[in-house]
Design a protein. Structure first.
Length: 105
């Protein structure tokens, strides 16, 4: 499995958010999700994996690949990188990059 498949199909918290808002997570947020080992998503299923952590260089390589891939059409908002947890980042992404156009400030 390549990283695209993992992020966009198997990571329960990030898959839907990244697909809908087209935002790529910052380094510490991606590592938090990778270290979580997955989650049960109730009736939506879920996915588990052996917890792992990537290096900053690996993150830069993955981010560059994902942001330049025409098949993903993703962006990176550096203004949201100060959010400390996956949940805080997800909330900020939805507030700033709402796919329905109801942007909050």
């Amino acid at each position: 499995m390549n990283f695209d498949d993992f992020l966009l199909r198997y990571s329960p918290r990030l898959a839907t958010l990244v697909s809908c808002t087209k935002q790529f997570p910052p380094f510490h947020i991606l590592n938090e999700e990778l270290l979580s080992g997955g989650a049960d998503q109730g009736m939506g299923g879920g996915c588990y994996w052996k917890p792992l952590e990537i290096t900053e260089q690996e993150y830069k390589d993955i981010r560059e690949e994902m942001l330049t891939s025409p098949s993903h059409d993703l962006e990176y908002d550096p203004g949201l990188k100060d959010r400390k947890t996956v949940n805080k980042w997800c909330g900020a992404v939805l507030s700033h990059h709402n796919p329905r156009g109801r942007n909050a400030t």
